[in-house]
Design a protein around this ligand. Sequence first.
Ligand code: AMP
Length: 364
Amino acid sequence: MKIGILGGGQLARMIALAGYPLGLKFIILDPSESAGATCLGEHLRGQYDDPELLAELAEKADIVTYEFENVPASAADFLSSHTTIYPAANALAIAQDRLTEKNFFHQQNIPTAHFARIDSLEDLKKAMPEIGYPAILKSRRMGYDGKGQFRIKSPEDLSRAWVSMQNTPAIVESFVAFKREVSIIAVRRVNGDIAFYPLSENYHSGGILRVAQCCVNDVLQKTAEQYVTSLLESLDYIGIIALELFDIEGKLLANEFAPRVHNSGHWTIEGAETSQFENHLRAILDLPLGSTKARGHTGMVNFIGNVAPADQILSIPNCHLHLYEKSPRKGRKVAHATIRTDDEKLYSRSLEKLSALAETFDDS
Ligand code: AMP
C-alpha cells in the first residue's frame, strides 16, 4: 500500500516513520530539494498545484493525505476526483479561512472569542466598539505560528494594524485573557469509530508552540471531546484532527482546528499507547484504531531556530530526541524532545531541564 503525502516536512516525516512498521510505502510531493520526509519515500519535487505532478501522485498513491492545511483548493479538488484524499477537501476549505472557520464553530454551537469580518480600515473602526480592547487582527488566510497577526492595544494602533494586513481580508478578535491554552487531538476512522487523546496543555511564546504537556483526567476533557466530535461528525472527517481551545476559568473557547497531525500531539510518540501518526494512518486505511491512553507522565518541548547537542538532550532522564533534518533558521522548528516516565517528580525535573535547554538554544 502506498500513501501519498502533500508536504515533506517534519509532520510527513513522522507519519512515514509510523507507517514503516505497517509495511507502508510513501510518495511525497514537496517543492524543496530535500525536506525532512523526502528520504523516507519517493520524492516528487515541484509545486503543490503542478497538474503533472498531481496526476502522478494520484496514479501512484492508493490514498493521499497532507501535512499542512494550506494545500491549494485546486490541488485538493483534483486529487479528490482522481484518488482518495483524507481528510476530505471540505475540512481544508474551512480551516484555510479564519472567518469560515469561526462561523463553522458557531454553527456547531462551539463558543469562540467575539470576532468580526474586516475588509477595510473602516470595517475595523466600526467593529472595535463591539470587540473591545485589546484585540487581535488576523489575516483570514495563510496565517500560522502567529504570522499575519497584529495585536491592537488602543485606537491609535488601528491604522498600523490594517496596513500590516496589506489589504488582505482579515478578522478581528477580542483578546482572550485565558488561564491556559489546550488542544484536543482526536481521530475518526473510515468506518466512523472515534478516539480521543487526553487534553494537551500548550505554552506558546511569540505565537509559536514551545511546550505541550499531556493532562490526564482534565476537568475539561469531556467538553473538548463533545466539541471535537461535532466537528468530526458534521464534516464526515477521516484522520487525525486537532482542536485548539482557550480555557477561561473552566469555559472553553475554540481558537482554530487543524485538519492534520499536530505539534501539540508530538508527546504521543513515546507518551501514548499509539501515536497520533500511527492512528492517522490506521484511520485513513480503515484499520482498528489503537489505544490513545497516556503512558504515565508525558510532554514535549520544541527546539526553535537551533537544537542543543544530542548528548545534552539525551542526558536528561527519560528524554527522547526527534530531529527533523532541517537547517537552523530563526523561528524554525528544527526538533522536539519528549519525556515519558511513571514518576511524577522525575517528569517535572526533566521537563524543567529540557525547557531550559531549549530556551538557551532558542533563536526565534
Ligand atoms: P493562532 O495563529 O490563531 O493559533 O494564534 C497563535 C497564538 O496567538 C495562540 O496560540 C495564542 O497564544 C495567541 N492568540 C491567538 N488568538 C488569540 C486571542 N483571541 N486572544 C489571546 N491570544 C490569542
